[in-house]
Design a protein around this ligand. Structure first.
Ligand code: ADP
Ligand code: MG
Ligand code: ZN
Length: 485
């Protein structure tokens, strides 16, 4: 951090666009499936042809209400769609159907866990709107193309209050929001495919000043890493602008990952420029109390509650609980494995959590999430039981897991076929110990002369001689007595 940065405090508010996981679009029956050939999921409504009329997707409203309730918002019984007018080739009607004065959800908050403790971040509003199409610029071609498959796909826009004070807080907020949306089953949390997108509004102010400074809006930040990097860059840039006695310009900036910089895209439109007005083609959205109650009653456990339960009921650390609860499918998998293992076992939940976090989730970072679920939960439980029973060591267990996962067979089968059972046979281990001692007279003398650190050397040699299968406890005891330590 430069000295300039220290004199300024960042103020950050995030706007998240999350695709609602409906099968069809917001105002027509076209499919929302990702990756279809260009312009294969289109109709007069989502192409904005004259005379075509929108019909609201009830499921999209239900999902958006779920979002509002999960974020602690007030859900408006009567909300309205409005037209946001602007010209751009990916917007065939010349306006986007969004919500303006009367959004579906307002005034909520979520809690993020920071090292200094929990912090509440306000949610200004969460409204429903349609997505635009996608401009494609083929390299080397003078023409641009438009794909309207995404046009009309339902989104919820979640506008966060300017309550964030660092890039780390912004990343934490984004992770929590994503975990919540996935847990309630309305969004797949995919930043790369753009079904969970984030714009960051960033300003700085001299430390101690109450008013906010002029903000810029950062776009194109499609990973958690970029969110942190783009905000950090922008905070440094704005701080040095102010430090030089100049003013920050209100503008939209793009993050360039290759250069690690943000650069100006356009000066920010004022809200008035969009000439919002209620969409005359759509009646107000009326939802009755019973509908909202039903959605509330069907609400699954939210990540924050799940974390607390993992800590309180299962005795996990807050770190482990947070990692496991960050993705609902991972948390479900962990709980399934734990049920197979038996949470009441002497070791508690920790060994199963370790396998998921330290082994499976690491693999998943390279091979994708499905790598976790490729190992049946029952197999993971069985693996740890083999370790608990002393049949295999942890070291061997890691190799067994790799092979079991690759071949799709149970760990016990791998152990059986490869004869990997841990050698607890005292006679066999003792013979190995004696061989090692006989082969290293100099080390034995040094050890007996007081170089106690050499003990590990002997353990290593014996483990190698037993191909990692010697029961470590037996090896230790035998070496101690044979070396006279
Ligand atoms: P717009 O209509 O231009 O999108 P909003 O008032 O709706 O503007 O705010 C959009 C986002 O900008 C919100 O997430 C809010 O928290 C954030 N924001 C507003 N003012 C500031 C500021 N001075 N610094 C940082 N973020 C801000
Ligand atoms: Mg906005
Ligand atoms: Zn359509």
């Amino acid at each position: 951090m430069s000295a300039a940065t220290d004199r300024y405090e960042p103020v950050i508010g995030l706007e998240v666009h999350a695709q609602l996981l409906t099968a069809s679009k917001l105002f027509c029956g076209c499919s929302t499936a990702f990756g279809a050939p260009p312009n294969s999921h289109v109709c007069p409504v989502c192409l904005g042809l004259p005379g075509a009329l929108p019909v609201l997707n009830r499921r999209a409203v239900e999902y958006a209400i779920r979002v509002g309730l999960a974020l602690g918002c007030e859900v408006r019984r009567s909300s309205r769609f409005a037209r946001k007018n602007y010209f751009y080739p990916d917007l065939p009607k010349g306006y986007q159907i969004s919500q303006y004065e009367l959004p579906l959800n307002e005034s909520g908050a979520i809690e993020i866990e920071m090292e200094a403790g929990p912090k509440r971040i306000g949610i200004v509003r969460a409204h429903v709107e349609e997505d635009a199409g996608k401009n494609v610029h083929p390299t080397g071609s003078p023409t641009s193309l438009v794909d309207f498959n995404r046009s009309g796909v339902p989104l919820v826009e979640i506008v966060g209050a300017p309550d964030l004070r660092s890039a780390a807080e912004a990343a934490e907020y984004l992770k929590e929001l994503r975990a919540i949306l996935m847990a309630i089953g309305v969004n797949d949390g995919n930043l790369e495919e753009g079904s969970f997108r984030c714009d960051a509004n960033v300003s700085v102010r001299p430390v101690g000043q109450a008013e906010f400074g002029t903000r810029t809006e950062l776009k194109n930040i499609n990973s958690f890493k970029f969110v942190r990097q783009a905000i950090d860059f922008e905070v440094r840039r704005q701080s040095s602008v102010l430090e030089a006695g100049e003013a920050v310009r209100q503008e939209t900036r793009l993050w360039n990952d290759a250069r690690g910089e943000t650069f100006p895209m356009r000066s920010k439109e004022e809200a008035e420029d969009y000439r919002y007005f209620p969409d005359p083609d759509l009646p107000p959205v009326e939802v009755d109390a019973a509908f909202i109650d039903r959605i509330q009653n069907e609400m699954p456990e939210l990540p924050s509650a799940r974390r607390r339960r993992f800590v309180k009921a299962l005795g996990l650390s807050t770190y482990d609980a947070a990692v496991l609860a960050s993705h609902p499918r991972v948390a479900d998998y962990f709980e399934a494995a734990l049920a197979e293992y038996g949470a009441a076992r002497a070791q508690g939940a920790k060994p199963v959590a370790n396998w998921v976090i330290n082994t499976l989730m690491k693999t998943a970072r390279i091979d994708g999430l499905e790598a976790i679920f490729a190992v049946p939960a029952a197999h993971l439980a069985q693996l740890q039981k083999l370790v608990d029973e002393g049949t295999i060591s942890l070291t061997v267990a890691r190799k067994v897991l790799d092979e079991a996962a690759e071949r799709g067979v149970a760990p016990a089968q791998v152990v059986e076929e490869k004869g990997l059972c841990q050698v607890s046979d005292v006679a066999a281990i003792e013979a190995a110990c004696r061989d090692v001692i006989a082969a290293h007279p100099a080390e034995v003398e040094a050890f007996r002369g007081g170089r106690e650190k050499l003990f590990g050397f002997f353990v290593g040699k014996v483990m190698k001689a037993t191909k990692g299968q010697g029961n470590p406890k037996v090896v230790n005891e035998l070496l101690h007595s044979l070396l006279g330590a």
